[in-house]
Design a protein around this ligand. Structure first.
Ligand code: GLC
Length: 740
């Protein structure tokens, strides 16, 4: 007792006097710790949060009291986390506080669109704001750490976790990674409304073969360094405090036991000083991978490779001490892991006050604040993408005589907040499309029929739906996926709208050949809409739009908000084209523009190469015109820059946002280069009739890549350049990088 008292006094003194010199405090504390206590810090178990706050199970209480727990996941609520923290602080020898982590991915209580949707806003301020609000709500419930952002580049819509990321492009993933980290961590981690962010899943998880979750990934180091690593480096540049290793094997080595990616690149080359937590039992899974002989071997491999904390695996707690005693794991690695974990706790201020996140008053007043809901509505609208709008079917008019809303997702308040929706309420808090539109049109009534379920092969509701559709002057279909059909362990081999929904769309069109029909689609991945594009007039992609999704959808349908979102993933014509993404390589036999069906070219005999909807695609209720691309010079040197500018005019009848995109093509390289690469974007607002000059500054930094010798650099030669509304364009301008 006396020692603990002295230690706490010592830490409190140091905490006050040298609040920024964490290293000294951590080193002092570690000198007091036994080997097993240091190992205890590397252990993370799960709370039982579903009992309205972590039920202190006998196991958790036991492990904490033994000093065998450094962190918990799925533990929350002020009361619950305080009960657990009390055990750690008051019933262990050194009273080291616990870290509480949780998957706060696209909101905690107030839920924003799924991350693939958020990325389609291309609005870094909005994305940062969404994670700032999530941090406010999560930290108010005792959470110190979120397992986000997920920054796995993904080019395969079969993979369910494409829903959690920022799409197919490296540059956009980099920028969005930084925005999330800033939002979660804020400017000062010692503030109790901030949480540690976690860059996951390190690394290349999104390259799973066949889009099947947890599957093998294989690639050259060049692909790894040019495509999958950059967003993680960007997160470090933004100050991310933690990483999460992944489930997948990479080139034969599981990423939770991969010394090359974890120690050589992350901790040595990038000098990352934060902590690496495994994914859920991903250390143990090296046994199933056939990479570890047993759990002892898995613990050895994990710690030696650079995983600092074992999430739910029970292998570090059980085996590390003996592995150190047998010289199979260096104690220096244990010390390094423990130090990284303690540093995070000091930075959060948990040694100043272990209960600083346990504020009942803040917990009660924070969730679902009206300003949060207002933000969520605005962000959901900005994340939606108008894919098609034939015959100007949208926007609808308030004076429309009768509008029928048909489909299984019209009144949905359950799927609308998507997967990984933390503590988002699925029992009525979310605003359904029906509610949103009814509120907007009141007292006018709308017609409604469910028509069918999302998945069930039951057409018994068709007749009623067709009857209702015939009574309407305009028809809105609200259809899509069930939220379980994307996210973890939710890969699909068929990208069509599920169930009998496609059949119902056909029947509705047959019964109403000349009416304007709009399809609002809720989904967690790019879908194959090849049939639907010919059956309906407008398609509005709202993803799973979150707590305020129905209100945002109403704002868009009736033109209160002009759609501005643009795709960050390619929508294929069918699953056979996958993987398909905008910045592929040219191949030695590209298809000629003049004759896409020419023999002996890199094409298919049954479908064109182009996608149904391209990266960067998104329509507006107004029209934007791009003209007068100008370069300040057609010569770039290693020391100067080039300004590329274009005139963007709003030639339509409505004010609106436009996402202006800069693309580059390195025509010749010591390794082949993508046919085009996004290198910049600006979201501008133009009143109807207004024109703005949009300028991008290009330097050699924008042109760098890893060559075949893994040297990061740039090569002289010709570069094509374009500023465009999407990735669908032809280059018409170029500059030359000269060696000066
Ligand atoms: C899951 C996910 C990971 C999540 C973790 C904790 O399996 O792969 O993204 O953060 O476990 O829930």
């Amino acid at each position: 007792m006396r020692l603990r008292f002295l230690y706490i006094a010592f830490i409190c003194f140091f905490s006050q006097s040298f609040s920024q010199n964490y290293e000294a405090k951590v080193d002092s504390l570690m000198r007091l710790m036994t080997l097993q206590e240091k190992i205890g810090q590397t252990v993370m178990y799960s709370g039982h949060w579903d009992q309205t706050g972590p039920f202190v199970s006998t196991d958790n209480g036991k492990y904490i009291r033994e000093g065998n727990m450094g962190a918990m996941l799925n533990a929350m609520s002020v009361k619950g986390t305080r009960d657990l923290q009390k055990i750690a602080v008051e019933e262990t020898r050194l009273g080291i506080p616990l870290l509480f982590g949780y998957d706060v991915i696209h909101g905690h209580r107030t839920i924003f669109p799924i991350n693939l949707g958020l990325s389609a806003s291309w609005d870094l301020q909005m994305i940062e704001k969404s994670s700032r609000i999530a941090a406010e709500e999560a930290s108010a419930e005792g959470i110190h750490w979120t397992f986000a952002p997920m920054i796995d580049v993904s080019r395969d819509p079969r993979w369910g976790r494409i829903s959690e990321g920022a799409g197919e492009d490296v540059f956009l993933n980099n920028e969005i990674a930084k925005a999330y980290v800033k939002g979660f961590q804020g400017d000062d981690l010692s503030q109790p409304n901030t949480v540690l962010a976690c860059a996951k899943h390190y690394v290349a998880y999104g390259a799973a073969q066949a889009g099947r979750d947890y599957h093998t990934t294989n690639m050259g180091e060049g692909e790894l360094r040019n495509v999958y690593l950059p967003p993680f480096k960007a997160a470090i540049d933004a100050g991310v405090e933690t990483f999460m290793s992944a489930f997948n094997e990479l080139n034969g080595v599981p990423t939770s036991g991969n010394k090359f990616t974890l120690r050589d690149i992350l901790k040595d080359e990038w000098n990352f000083k934060g902590l690496v937590v495994s994914d859920y039992t991903s250390i143990n899974e090296m046994i199933q991978h056939g990479f570890a002989a047993d759990s002892i071997d898995a613990a050895r491999i994990g710690m030696n490779a650079g995983v600092d904390m074992d999430m739910m695996g029970h292998v570090y707690r059980l085996h590390l001490k003996k592995l150190v005693e047998e010289n199979k794991v260096s104690e220096a690695f244990i010390n390094d892991a423990c130090k990284r974990i303690l540093m995070a706790k000091f930075k959060l201020g948990l040694f100043d006050d272990p209960y600083r996140y346990s504020d009942e008053e803040r917990e009660i007043k924070t969730a679902y604040q009206s300003e949060f809901l207002t933000e969520a509505r605005e962000i959901a609208a900005a994340s939606s993408v108008l894919l098609q709008n034939k015959n100007d079917a949208l926007p609808l008019s308030k004076t429309s005589k009768t509008i029928a809303f048909i489909g299984p997702l019209v009144k949905d308040e359950y799927n609308i907040i998507g997967n990984w929706a933390a503590k988002g309420d699925r029992d009525g808090k979310a605003v359904s499309v029906f509610e949103g539109v009814s509120e907007y049109l009141k007292p006018k009534q709308i017609l409604y029929a469910k028509g069918c379920d999302i998945l069930k092969a039951d057409t018994s509701g068709f007749e009623e739906a067709i009857r209702v559709s015939k009574q309407a002057t305009e028809i809105v279909l609200v259809m899509g996926e069930d939220y379980h059909m994307s996210g973890e362990a939710a890969s699909r081999t068929d990208l069509k709208i599920p169930g009998v929904q496609p059949e119902l769309i056909k029947k509705i069109r047959e019964a109403n050949p000349n009416k304007k029909i709009t399809l609002v689609i809720m989904n967690g991945r790019p879908l194959n809409l090849s049939e639907e594009v010919n059956l309906v007039d407008a398609i509005l992609e709202v993803w799973f739009p979150g707590t305020m999704g129905g209100a945002a959808t109403a704002d868009l349908l009736f033109g209160e908000v002009n759609p501005s979102g643009k795709l960050t993933v390619t929508f294929p014509r069918n699953v056979g084209q996958v993987p398909i993404y905008y910045n592929m390589k040219n191949t030695g036999r590209p298809i000629p523009e003049s004759n896409p069906k020419e023999d002996y070219k890199s094409n298919y005999i049954d479908i064109e190469n182009t996608p149904l909807f391209a990266f960067g695609h998104g329509l507006s209720y107004t029209k934007f015109n791009y003209s007068d691309l100008k370069l300040s010079s057609n010569k770039l040197t290693f020391s100067n820059t080039i300004d590329a500018q274009v005139e963007v005019s709003n030639t339509g009848s409505k004010d609106g946002y436009e996402i202006v995109q800069l693309y580059i093509h390195d025509k010749v390289g010591s390794v082949t280069r993508p046919v085009k690469e996004l290198k910049g974007f600006q979201k501008i607002y133009l009143k109807k009739g207004e024109t703005k000059t949009v300028t991008f500054t290009v330097s050699v930094e924008d042109l760098k890549f890893y060559n075949s010798d893994m040297v990061y650099g740039v090569e002289t030669g010709e570069f094509e350049i374009a500023i465009a509304p999407s990735s669908e364009f032809k280059f018409e301008s170029s500059f030359t990088l000269i060696d000066q």
